[in-house]
Ligand binder design. Structure first.
Ligand code: FES
Ligand SMILES: [Fe+2]
Length: 405
C-alpha cells in the first residue's frame, strides 16, 4: 500500500451535507464530511487526539466536527478550536490531527494521503469520459472483495484471463490467443490495446443485435486495459453496437480487503431501462474474477518479478510491478499493520502523514500520532536473502526478459 497518492474514496453523490462518514483506506480510519457553508469536502484522521474516539460518530457544528466523547471541536484543518471542559484555558499545541487535501472530480471524492507538497503530487487519473454525460450513460456500483488490491488491479488489466475466467460473459474460449498489442505509458499509467475475437453475444445484447451471432463475419473488437497508480483501472471495449468503458478504483481498506468502486459507461442502450442489465454485467464479471483471484497465492504481490513466471501477455502487469518496486524504493510504501484500525488492542497510534507536517516544520513536536512506518525494507531483498528468510533466486532468469521493451 502506498502513500503520496490521490485516492478516490467515495462517489460524490453518496456524501450529503451534514452527515460525517467513516471510511478506511491504507488500514487507517478517516472521516469525510461536507461543510454546510460551501458543500466542499473535508477529510480528517478519524482518531481524536484526546482519548481516541472516532470523530465520524460525532456531529457537525457549523463547519467543525465535534468529538462524540468529550465534545472537542475540530476545524477542517484538524485543529482543535474548543475543549468544552476547560473553556477558559488555552488550546494545547498538540491538539491537532492530520487533515488530508480533498478534490472532487469525475463524480468522485479524491483524498490525498501523503505529505507531498501540491506541485509534487502525482496526477488524479484522467476519467473525463465520466463527465461527458451527452455521449455516455453511466451506472455505478460498489463491491467488497476479500483480496489484496494489487492482485485485483493486476487481474483487471490482464487480457489473457478473459477467455478462461469470463468464458460466456465477454471472453471467447475458442480464441485465447493474445495478439500483439499497442502500448502507451507514462510514469503514472500504462495502457495496452489489442483487437480480440469476441464471443457470441448473449441476453439483452443478443436480442438487440440479431446479426451479432454470425461467427465468421463478426469484426474484431478493440479492447484496451489501463492502470493508473496507485489503484485505478479502465477497461475499454469497442463493441460493434457501441463503446463500453468501465472505470474502477480498488480501494485498499487494508492489505487483505479491497473496496471496488466502479463507474461503467456505455454509448448504446442509453435509456434507464438498460441500467439494471449494465450493472448486472459488471457484477457478474467481478464475481467471476473474485472466484479466481481469491485463490491466488501468495495473497500479496511478490516483490521480485522473478518470483512468478511472466510472459508477453503479462506486459501491463509487469509494467505495474516495475513501477511498484520504484515506489517501494522511494519509501512510499506503508506498513498497514501499525496504523490504528480495528487491529490488536494495543497497536501504536500511527497515521499517514499529511502535507502540513512538512509545510510547517515548527509543528514537528506537535503530532501526537507518529507517521506510519515505511515498508522500504521490502526492497532490500539481498539483505533478506543474507538473513536466510528468502529462497535464493540466482538460478532464475533475469526478470521480465520475456516482455517487450
Ligand atoms: S476522546 Fe475526543 S474529546 Fe475526548
Ligand atoms: Fe476479469
Amino acid at each position: 500500500m502506498f502513500k503520496n497518492f490521490w485516492y478516490g474514496v467515495e462517489f460524490s453523490d453518496d456524501l450529503v451535507v451534514g452527515t460525517p462518514k467513516r471510511i478506511k483506506v491504507l488500514g487507517q480510519q478517516l472521516v469525510i464530511y461536507r461543510k454546510p457553508s460551501d458543500g466542499s469536502v473535508v477529510c480528517l484522521s478519524d482518531l481524536c487526539v484526546h482519548r481516541g474516539a472516532a470523530l465520524s460518530a460525532g456531529e457537525l457544528k457549523g463547519d467543525c466536527i465535534v468529538c462524540p466523547y468529550h465534545g472537542w471541536e475540530y476545524n477542517e484543518r484538524g485543529e482543535v478550536l474548543k475543549i468544552p471542559a476547560h473553556p477558559e484555558k488555552g488550546i494545547p499545541r498538540k491538539a491537532r490531527i492530520d487533515a488530508y487535501p480533498v478534490v472532487e472530480r469525475h463524480k468522485m471524492i479524491w483524498v490525498f494521503l501523503g505529505d507531498l507538497p501540491e506541485e509534487e503530487r502525482p496526477p488524479i487519473p484522467d476519467w473525463s469520459a465520466v463527465d461527458d454525460t451527452e455521449t455516455y450513460r453511466a451506472v455505478t456500483g460498489t463491491f467488497l472483495w476479500k483480496s489484496n488490491y494489487e492482485r485485483i488491479l493486476e487481474n483487471g488489466v490482464d487480457i489473457a484471463h478473459t477467455p478462461f475466467v469470463h468464458r460466456g460473459a465477454f471472453g471467447n474460449p475458442e480464441k485465447p490467443e493474445v495478439p500483439e498489442f499497442e502500448v502507451e505509458t507514462s510514469p503514472w499509467h500504462c495502457k495496452a490495446s489489442v483487437k480480440l475475437n469476441p464471443p457470441k453475444p448473449k441476453g439483452l445484447w443478443a436480442r438487440m443485435n440479431p446479426g451479432g451471432g454470425d461467427l465468421l463475419n463478426r469484426p474484431l473488437v478493440p479492447v484496451s486495459t489501463t492502470w493508473w497508480l496507485p489503484n485505478a483501472i479502465l477497461l475499454e471495449v469497442d463493441l460493434p453496437m457501441g463503446k463500453l468503458k468501465i472505470f474502477d478504483i480498488n480501494i485498499p481498506i487494508d492489505e487483505e480487503t479491497t473496496l471496488v468502486k466502479f463507474i461503467a459507461l456505455r454509448t448504446f442502450f442509453k435509456g434507464r431501462w438498460a441500467d439494471k442489465d449494465a450493472r448486472r454485467r459488471v457484477f457478474k464479471v467481478l464475481k467471476q474474477d473474485e472466484a479466481v483471484v481469491d485463490t491466488v497465492r501468495p495473497e500479496l504481490l511478490p516483490y521480485d518479478l522473478s518470483d512468478e513466471l511472466h510472459v508477453r501477455s503479462d506486459y501491463n502487469q509487469v509494467m505495474y510491478r516495475r513501477r511498484r518496486r520504484e515506489l517501494i524504493e522511494a519509501g512510499w510504501s506503508v506498513e498497514g499493520n501499525t496504523i490504528v484500525g480495528e487491529g490488536p488492542a494495543r497497536v501504536e497510534a500511527r497515521v499517514v502523514p499529511s502535507p502540513v507536517r512538512r509545510e510547517v516544520p515548527e509543528l514537528a513536536s506537535a503530532w501526537n500520532f507518529k507517521e506510519v512506518r515505511s515498508k522500504e525494507l521490502l526492497g532490500q531483498r539481498a539483505e533478506r536473502e543474507e538473513r536466510g528468510d528468502l529462497p535464493r533466486t540466482d538460478t532464475v532468469e533475469a526478470p521480465g526478459e520475456e516482455v517487450p521493451a
